[in-house]
Design a protein around this ligand. Sequence first.
Ligand SMILES: [Zn+2]
Length: 316
Amino acid sequence: MNTKSFVGKLNQITKALFSMTPAQREIVHQSIQALDTEISTDELIQPLFDLSAQCPHCHSSQLKKWGKSGAIQRYRCKDCLKTFNNKTNTPLAKLHKCHLWEEYARCMTLRLTLRESADICGINLKTAFLWRHRFLKAQAGQNNDKLSGIIEVDEFFLAYSEKGSNILSHKNKPRKRGGNIDKRTKEGQVAVLLSIDRSNHMINPILSADTTAEISANFSQNISEDSVLCSDGSWSYVVIAKEKKCDHKRLINGKVRVIDKVYHIQKVNGAIAHFKSWVNGKMKGVATKYLSNYLAWFRESNAKLNKQQILIAAYG
Ligand SMILES: [Zn+2]
């Protein structure tokens, strides 16, 4: 864009901003931030095409370009003579309307709801739902980040939910979500561990039980020895810190909030609050069977969120 047309656009934008309500301005603000900090559209789409140059049928690397369907390159294997495109054997295999993926990925990077995304792309809800989870599956990495330095950790619980499990069967009966879960028993809840270090490395595995053994199995191999572990009073972390030769700062029951000015669990609690408000607010609750997709989505985009934004999300 040249300078003259930029100045013209800027004037239009400024005028539009002044005519908006504060809430509308906030949406614009968040969208701009999202452009800079969320996963980019390319990052969402590229892993889908990131096939090593191999035939998906016989793994030969002797390939020949074999025409295109739409924008998608087709190949033929010189050994087995079968053809394939770069969607074959990816989570996007057999999905259509690929010219809309970029737009859909953009909706996802803005964390729009299914209905909003479906409206923008002109697709139905069922397709929007299918695409979201294929895209997430394609880019969801493992919880294999390595944490070091000052490491904050905590667990949180989400109500077990079957929301959305009937979206593909065209039933429109609304389901109760959340509900009054007895917080003392933790029955009907799913436990998630979230740990983040001061360089924003993060893991957020789902725990099958809130026990020391389960926490250790999902956490110990991800932390470097000789780190400083900051946790609440939970005994599990005493055991793990000892095992990993980590210095351990326990912030017990909110009596002590910060030790030596730097050791606290506010960053991890901010991230947990951010995640919960995202899934329960914007996403209106998520089905437990898709929770790991949303955790991965959050983890990936968090890698780009700075500390300040997490705090704003947590306390704003
Ligand atoms: Zn082949």
